[in-house]
Design a protein around this ligand. Sequence first.
Ligand SMILES: Cc1cc2nc3c(=O)[nH]c(=O)nc-3n(C[C@H](O)[C@H](O)[C@H](O)COP(=O)(O)OP(=O)(O)OC[C@H]3O[C@@H](n4cnc5c(N)ncnc54)[C@H](O)[C@@H]3O)c2cc1C
Length: 256
Amino acid sequence: MKKYDVIVVGGGMAGLTAGIYVVRAGKTILVLEAGAVGGQIITAPSVENWPGSFRMSGADLMKDIAGQATELGVEIKYEEVTEITKKGNGFLVTTDEDEYICGAVIIAAGTEPRRLSEKQTKDAGKRAISYCATCDGALYKNKPVVVVGSGNTAKQEMAYLKNIASRVYHIHHDDPIPEDVEAVFVAIGRIPMTKVYTDLVDVNKDGFIIAGEDCVTSCPGVFVAGDCRTKSVRQLVTAAGDGAVAAEAAVHYLNK
Ligand SMILES: Cc1cc2nc3c(=O)[nH]c(=O)nc-3n(C[C@H](O)[C@H](O)[C@H](O)COP(=O)(O)OP(=O)(O)OC[C@H]3O[C@@H](n4cnc5c(N)ncnc54)[C@H](O)[C@@H]3O)c2cc1C
């Protein structure tokens, strides 16, 4: 079984930043990513608030950061973490393909979109359901669509679709789906991807891993970074900041 000093769950902004800091501190590191490296920002067409690169697409930004991380020696594998348990002084990390041993873990698993309610899913029937207007909007050129949701993301999705669709309806969570639409775009918030770790670390009632600015969890040797931890601002810069803090904390823990 392969051994690493640190294993990071998630190759988004928080996980890749953690990787950069851990490898530069002279430790071995593996970043495990279940989907596409880069995380949730890769669907954003333009990022304006990442200092140093004005109006860069999320995909380009994360491609650069992933390149920087691998160039520095961060190993990335495309596997989904299915379980983490304590083993001796460290941890056994199980994925859908393999098992690994490490001394410390950084959970940087981010969030996923909240799914449409059962009632609305039934109501939508065979019509398409999408969680990303940037990804799927172009498929509905000159066709009527509906956006479900009340927050800022729903407003952004509507603004984007107005340039493409023939009509954009706006409804709230659990309103009936308009009959004539061809696609339902869902923007009703995001939930943390933390189900796998609820036996390992404390989470709050919404499933976010409880930790302060120090990124320290209730389990010694397990740290958390980015959007999946309890915090007030979930943005790229705060995810990167967490990545650095969690990495330093993990290295300090190992050196002790
Ligand atoms: C459409 C959109 C636009 C945005 N625009 C901006 C913006 O302009 N500026 C800004 O600052 N922020 C923006 N944000 C917010 C920003 O994207 C997030 O705050 C940031 O990406 C969080 O990074 P993260 O690393 O914590 O999580 P994520 O980016 O969610 O990365 C987590 C990664 O972990 C992986 N993962 C999860 N579970 C597992 C598992 N079990 N095994 C292996 N891998 C796993 C996921 O596949 C994912 O790649 C936007 C978000 C969205 C959705």
